[in-house]
Design a protein around this ligand. Sequence first.
Ligand code: DGY
Length: 318
Amino acid sequence: MKKVYVSRAISDKGIELLRRQCDVRVQAADRPATREELLEGADWADGLLSMLCDKIDEEVLSAGGGLKAVANYAVGYDNIDLAAAGRLGVGVSNTPDVLTHATAEMAWALLFAVARQVVPSDRLMRSGRWQGWAPMEFVGCDVTGKTLGIIGAGRIGTAMGLMSSGFGMKVIYWNRSASPRLEEGVGAQRVELDQLIEESDFISLHLPLNDTSRHLIGKPQFEAMKPTSCLINTGRGALIDEAALVDALRKGKIAGAGLDVYEFEPAMSKGLADLDNVVITTHTGSATSGSRGDMAVMAAENLIAMLDGRAGAQCLNA
Ligand code: DGY
């Protein structure tokens, strides 16, 4: 029987699938696996079901010499050293598609929360200090008719852009190739990054994190953005130079930001939490019951397929 280590409890649907065919150990504490637990699990197991916060580097991949496959419970896989996995003959998979709509919806949740000052308004209401309706209180930004700039038109960026159709927005996007779905769906226009940065009222980030996308948005980009613009990030925190973001928000270079991900997750940069013009959530982009259930099943199926020597549809390095 193949041995599988699951680094954090996931939906029973996925665990049951694994248990039908494998000897399964689950790290059940309500926190990420420690480095020691991860190394021990990888040493014991043939397959690892990992979380996006687990650093799967050469040491983990080669821990016992027997690891054959890693199924990441996420669409992003910047936590995994894919090159080392390739060298060591370890298959790696991710969970695309099943979280596309959930994550795109989260980007919209943040966009509206920032635009309409939902969080400070909620805070005032809870404080018991609200004096009643006021003409100048929590006056936000319009969304309808504004320009939405999408950076990265993969599955999630495309879904986010298509969801704008009800708001009559002008959609522009930056992507290495054209997106016929975005262009046909909402008349989106592919532009250069500089143009997108300068013209957008809302910018939403949907790129994978790698050496070229790290700090794609930093001081020069904040200088070029409209002072009324808002930045939304449901991708990976390090797409943004977070210290530069705090500075830009403080100085009013941009109007606000909605962040679900952080450069040094789970920590966030000093000063961010003191700002009223940011909405900060806890990397919950894929956190709907449907998506998380489907991710568990997909990750389990991928792991079983890779361990059986059938490269699953999602094997990234088959
Ligand atoms: C992913 O799957 O990469 C997302 O960040 C999860 O929320």
